[in-house]
Design a protein around this ligand. Structure first.
Ligand SMILES: Cc1cc2nc3c(=O)[nH]c(=O)nc-3n(C[C@H](O)[C@H](O)[C@H](O)COP(=O)(O)O)c2cc1C
Length: 366
């Protein structure tokens, strides 16, 4: 049997061995933005789980663009050195290609880690001033952000470029912009959070202006050959929010700007927005974006079983799938999928004696 999930895909000059992507997942375990030994273990493990690509968590382009005090950053030489150590390690011992999501938290920053409640930092917890397109808080009790000035926009755009340059120096295979989940770039695009009355607010082209200025500047800083993409919003899941047609517009703009792929996620723009909880709930949004924008597309969100992932690729609903929680449950999810789908997957030589042929020879059946 040939598996669509385990067929290779090329994103610009980067060939992924299969269509399984480990979704970016914040670990809240950095020290002033610097990756720690936790990242060494966590990412080292995932780099050997059978995914074609592992994407490092939202990595923030400036210190006040972090979500929490524990978030990863790429805004100093110390951050760059710490992440280079982790990525060198993953490359030396792992089988996956390595990507990074670069991000700015916007009005969702200055908050506590999820296991500390995830709420805004209180006075005495070293909170910081957050920024956003408009001075509208994420929800009741959240910090009121300062509406960004032109100087802020220039600084943030340059911070994205500098972080991308650091990621290039570290040797990542892939970079993706975080344009979803209510963080800064998404908050410019959504009419829920962007109420500006200058040329960066109002109609959808104007709301897209700042995110595309960032995207263009990053594109110019990333050499051809690396895979470059973005995580975008398929729906705000709010009556007055972004809809799938908006995602098609964003994907087309990114494609025209020279981007190689999009990952279609959704939700997160306001505290009262609720995502669906049905299996693969973003897949119909990804399918529409893929069909109408004609760009390589990744689906994410409640994809958990190998057969479900295989069907999404085989039926042309997505070019890649990203998994987050299923991979935390089983870091070798890619190995399990290969076993179930009868495909080959790269394994480190130290673990070859556990390869499925041996199991099957002993009568093991899935
Ligand atoms: C622990 C954790 C951390 C996450 N951090 C990020 C992140 O850094 N960037 C991002 O775009 N999404 C992040 N997400 C969302 C996931 O990447 C993914 O889109 C979401 O969990 C849905 O996929 P799943 O159903 O496979 O978990 C995170 C999810 C989890 C569970």
């Amino acid at each position: 049997m040939t598996s669509a999930l385990f067929s290779p895909i090329k994103l610009d000059g980067v060939e992924l061995a299969n269509r399984i992507v480990v979704s970016p997942m914040c670990q809240y375990s950095a020290n002033d933005g610097c990756a720690s030994d936790w990242h060494l273990t966590h990412l080292g493990m995932l780099a050997n789980g059978g995914a074609g690509l592992v994407v490092v968590e939202a990595t923030h382009v400036e210190r006040l663009g972090r979500i929490t005090h524990g978030c990863l950053g790429l805004y100093s030489d110390a951050c760059e050195r710490a992440l280079a150590r982790v990525i060198d390690h993953c490359r030396a011992i792992g089988t996956a290609k390595l990507g990074i999501q670069i991000a700015h938290s916007g009005r969702k920053g200055s908050s506590r880690r999820p296991w500390e409640g995830g709420q805004p930092l209180a006075p005495g917890e070293d909170p910081w001033e957050t920024i956003a397109p408009s001075a509208i808080p994420f929800g009741p009790g959240w910090h009121t952000p300062r509406a960004m000035t032109r100087e802020d926009m220039t600084r943030v755009r340059e911070a994205f470029v500098a972080a991308a340059q650091r990621a290039v120096r570290i040797g990542f295979d892939e970079i993706e912009l975080h344009m979803a989940h209510g963080y800064l770039m998404h908050s410019f695009m959504s009419p829920v959070s962007n109420k500006r009355n200058d040329e960066y607010g109002g109609p959808s082209e104007a709301r897209l202006r700042f995110p595309m200025e960032v995207a263009d500047a990053v594109r110019a800083a990333v050499p051809a050959g690396m895979a470059l993409g973005a995580r975008i919003t398929g729906s705000d899941w709010l009556d007055d929010g972004l809809k799938p047609d908006d995602a098609v517009t964003v994907a087309r703009s990114l494609k025209n700007a020279g981007y190689d792929f999009v990952c279609v996620s959704s939700g997160g723009v306001a505290a009262d927005a609720r995502n669906p909880t049905t299996p693969a709930y973003n897949a119909p949004l990804a399918e529409q974006v893929r069909r109408e924008a004609g760009i390589a597309t990744r689906a994410v969100g409640l994809i958990a079983s190998p057969k479900q992932a295989e069907a999404l690729i085989a039926e042309g609903k997505a070019d890649m799938v990203a998994l987050a929680r299923a991979v935390l449950d089983n870091p070798h999810w890619g190995w399990q999928a290969a076993l179930e789908l009868g495909a080959d997957v790269a394994r480190p030589p130290q673990y070859l004696r556990a390869a499925p042929k041996l199991w099957q020879g002993a009568g093991y059946r899935v």
